[in-house]
Design a protein around this ligand. Structure first.
Ligand code: SF4
Ligand code: SF4
Length: 283
């Protein structure tokens, strides 16, 4: 089973929930797809066994073959090619490695060079397999790293995918193929606003979802009412408590605290129940 954990914005506790649910389950896998800021390993501290560099294609112009027709520059959606005095000039930092220019060049004048944009690390914390993607600083696109991660993750384990914040194409790439989406929010007007965006996204992708309130407190009714109106299950809460912030700032896991573990256990059981029901109804 693959569970994606996401939130409309950063800082809602998405990584806290994802890391803890992974370590509380046997035969699990934690996957950090927040490649620009992967911080799940700070808490899991896995032993890294394997590291794979991720490369993307960048064009290299064979000036002997190029006729200066400009088709490649007109095609490139990302402006990574410009025709200067009838010769294409490549801007590698803008290139998304789609290979389109090389495919369409009528003279086969574009060779496929490559550059490293980041890496995927694989390791273990106890029985939990831990995978994360890391995008090099200054690189614009993490999607090739997410594709590499996808090759390594199946549903052979209880897999928890820690998605990037927001609703960009990186989020879509991260949650594609998931059985269930766990939306983490907080009981504020901003939290509700971002939750609506996240729910809309997973609905468009036809992925069933449930909601968890982090930093739960007096204003939970904001989210509870939304859950009722949208008929989305509320799978549990983590209370607003200074101790949670202290554990987090030490790089600890809430699951190691007896009281927080009970809240997380409740979420985990409800999550497995809701995801299982959805799977049954689709079969
Ligand atoms: S499409 Fe090919 S031939 Fe035309 S300008 Fe680009 S590299 Fe040169
Ligand atoms: S590989 Fe794609 S993004 Fe890169 S220069 Fe060619 S067309 Fe543009």
């Amino acid at each position: 089973m693959i569970i994606s954990v996401l939130s409309g914005k950063g800082g809602t506790g998405k990584t806290t929930i994802a890391t803890n649910l992974a370590v509380m389950t046997d035969n699990s896998r934690y996957v950090d797809c927040d490649v620009e800021e992967p911080n799940g390993f700070i808490f899991l501290r896995p032993r890294i066994d394997t590291q794979v560099n991720v490369r993307v294609m960048i064009p290299k112009i064979d000036t002997g073959r190029c006729t200066g027709c400009g088709k490649c520059a007109r095609f490139c959606y990302f402006n990574a090619l410009a025709l200067v005095k009838n010769t294409p000039v490549v801007f590698p930092e803008l290139c998304h490695g789609c290979e389109g220019c090389a495919i369409l060049c009528p003279e086969q004048a574009i060779e496929r060079d490559n550059k490293t944009i980041g890496k995927v690390e694989i390791g273990y914390r106890g029985q939990t397999e831990c995978i994360r993607g890391v995008l090099d600083v200054g690189e614009p696109v993490g999607v090739p790293i997410l594709r590499e991660i996808k090759k390594l993750t199946g549903d052979d384990r209880f897999t928890v995918v820690d998605c990037p914040p927001g609703s960009s194409c990186s989020v879509i790439n991260s949650i594609e193929g998931s059985d269930f989406a766990l939306l983490v929010t907080e009981p504020t007007v901003f939290g509700l606003h971002d939750l609506k965006i996240a729910l809309e996204l997973v609905r468009q992708l036809n992925i069933p979802a449930g909601i968890v309130i982090n930093r739960s407190g007096e204003r939970d009714c904001l989210i509870e009412e939304y859950c009722r109106n949208e008929e989305v299950p509320l799978l549990g809460k983590i209370p607003f408590d200074r101790r949670a912030a202290e554990i987090y700032s030490r790089g600890g896991l809430l699951a190691e605290d007896k009281e927080f573990r009970s809240y997380l256990q409740n979420i985990l059981e409800n999550l497995k129940g809701a995801a299982g029901n959805e799977a049954d109804s689709r079969n």
